[in-house]
Design a protein around this ligand. Structure first.
Ligand SMILES: [Zn+2]
Length: 258
């Protein structure tokens, strides 16, 4: 079956997959600056495309991506990574928006309970997916800071033994060979492999003496390739396959022979 999106399938199609391999992939992203060369939805777009690859190669179904619930109070988390270079003015300028508007919203979001609502949405989603018959739920935090609330919600939910949640980012499964970054070599390569039509490498500043605004990690200029992205995807798939099989066994579900 080529379409593995739960929400686009009829009940009989869902049953055919779920009864054999009851694994759901929940992609999570946010809207955040990822350089002039990548779309602002990179994290969610990447997590969705990864989920579709995993479902195709490992088994299971992809459920709708969770885009909202975070806030853009600091424009991009990347602003804190290297304090000697302030990315904020460049990002605000690139958006054509004021830094102040984002900072004001950060205060409002904190006063409104921070991650509390996001964790509640995740907890409810896990119960809903367990009710739909899934035994293993893989959350894919395309935006790395979502791993915090995902892990906390998973820990609380897993105690109930209704299903097993495995929270991942992606590169965390293959840290021995690959390193995560923000809009740099790793993320740009994943996009060049998964969704090349959304990337414009020509939009990168050609003068290498100038830092790239809101890009952190190995400079993607001349290093980001679709092939590097493909190798990353293949490594993550194999690592996740082992984890998913182990979790299915723990939940008492037979794992299909390789
Ligand atoms: Zn990202």
């Amino acid at each position: 079956m080529s379409n593995l999106r739960f929400h686009e399938l009829r009940p009989s199609q869902i049953r055919a997959v779920r009864e054999k391999f009851p694994v759901a992939y929940l992609p999570m992203g946010t809207l955040e600056w990822h350089g002039y060369h990548n779309p602002v939805g990179l994290d969610g777009v990447k997590a969705t495309a990864m989920a579709e690859r995993f479902a195709e190669r490992i088994g299971g179904l992809v459920v709708p991506t969770l885009w909202w619930g975070d806030h853009r109070g600091i424009l991009a988390e990347v602003v804190f990574v290297r304090p000697e270079f302030d990315h904020r003015p460049g990002i605000a300028e690139g958006h054509g928006l004021s830094i102040e508007a984002f900072q004001e919203d950060a205060k409002r979001a904190e006063a409104d309970g921070g991650w509390t609502a996001y964790e509640a949405v995740l907890r409810n989603t896990f119960y809903e997916l367990a009710t739909f018959g899934f035994k293993v739920i893989v959350t894919i935090s395309g935006h790395y800071p979502l791993m915090g609330p995902a892990s906390r919600a998973a820990e609380a939910f897993n105690l109930a033994q209704r299903a097993r949640v495995i929270p991942i980012i992606g590169f965390d499964l293959v840290r021995d060979r690959f390193q995560g970054d923000h809009a740099a070599q790793w993320e740009t390569s994943l996009m060049l492999h998964l969704r090349p039509e959304l990337v414009d490498m020509g939009a990168l500043e050609p003068d290498r003496s100038k830092p790239l605004v809101g890009v952190m990690g190995v400079d993607p200029r001349g290093t980001a390739t679709a092939d590097y992205g493909r190798r990353g995807i293949e490594a993550m798939t194999e690592a996740l396959r082992a984890k998913a099989h182990e979790a299915l066994k723990e939940m008492g579900h037979a794992v299909p022979a390789a």
